[in-house]
Design a binder for this molecule. Sequence first.
Ligand SMILES: NC(=O)c1ccc[n+]([C@@H]2O[C@H](COP(=O)([O-])OP(=O)(O)OC[C@H]3O[C@@H](n4cnc5c(N)ncnc54)[C@H](OP(=O)(O)O)[C@@H]3O)[C@@H](O)[C@H]2O)c1
Length: 392
Amino acid sequence: MDSDQRHMVRALELARLGAGRTSPNPMVGAVVVVDDEVVAEGWHESYGAPHAEAKALESAGSTARGSTLYCNLEPCCHRTPDKRTPPCTEKIIDAGVSRVVFAVYDPNPHVAGLGEQALKQAGISVTYGVLRDEASLLNEPFFAWIQRSVPYVHLKIAATLDGRIASRDGSSHWISGEQSRIEVHRLRSKYDAVMVGAGTMISDDPSLTVRHVEGRNPARIIVDSGLRAVPGSRMASDDAAPVYVLCTREAEIRRGGELAGTKVKLITCPTDASGHIDLFVAMQEIGRRGITSILVEGGRGLATAMIRRHLVDRLSVYTNPSLMGAGVEWLGDIGVEGAESRPHLRCVTTRTVGEDVLVTGLIDPARTYGSLRAPGEGRAFDQMAGVLCLQD
Ligand SMILES: NC(=O)c1ccc[n+]([C@@H]2O[C@H](COP(=O)([O-])OP(=O)(O)OC[C@H]3O[C@@H](n4cnc5c(N)ncnc54)[C@H](OP(=O)(O)O)[C@@H]3O)[C@@H](O)[C@H]2O)c1
């Protein structure tokens, strides 16, 4: 590992300290280096807080003059009405930094190569691409959301060896082992929102909060077209995190009153040919609210509809070495006719988690490659192909 890589590893470590708190911004870390020695560090702690580069430069003070600044993302260079912090490029130039090393371009159209350009125009030497894949992986959901305006979706399933997610009576508690459950709670805390369907609400009445590990609670999103599940649920009256319910306008008129006095927010959506809410429109509505990433936790109806509509980026199945026989399978008809046309996961990893086996990979090339390679995306987006072969 050369010295640039070593300092970028540190920048990535710092960036990760903001996990779960920076959205809809990316996680960024920065290191100020003089004569191969780190003189200051910073990271973006939360949305609205100073950027990593600004924090590191502030702590470096006058030692930043002539230094090299390492950051995992191209420094920002823009001012927009909704932006809470000044451009980092100006701070870098003012501080007298002589070289900037960054890992990936920022696909935000306000930056996308312009940050690099501003630095070069000021006579700063710029190196791009150090640990590019690692940096792409770190902010995979942000990169996906900023380009598509719909959230990055990770579908997580816990199933038995015979592919069941619940028993015949509908109960699904303790399908996976303890280690997997802890891991899923950690995963929850990293996503902006967790989503389940009406069926799961009715059978399990889950709270979808983060327990077993430290972390913030994600927002809860319930697909409940007819508002048959959320009124009267535990979630409707707790304050643990925001609750968004996707329902039809008709359901809002008919049953919305039952949620009066609660903090539940209804998002009305049109229905599609199946009579359920149109999940694609729903994803656009959610993305518009600044929710960049969703962990979908079932059940069968929602998982099937999301895959069928090409709305899932990553699929993770935790398989427990047990059998259910009769019971709820995790997936229904996703429109596959012959075996040859079945979708294959890409960039797959398999590992054991306690007693379970986790298989995780990217599910839908149409969703990722299609949106990342639109005409005119240009250089800043070429690197995104690398993102597609990485995991959480
Ligand atoms: N082991 C696990 O990982 C796990 C996780 C979660 C749940 N579960 C189990 O799974 C079972 C629940 O599964 P489920 O299938 O009954 O419920 P579900 O998936 O939680 O709910 C069905 C949802 O799918 C929606 N839906 C169905 N077809 C759709 C389409 N074409 N377009 C849009 N939305 C569509 C329904 O919409 P409407 O809004 O129109 O009703 C409903 O919200 C429970 O037994 C639960 O315990 C297991």
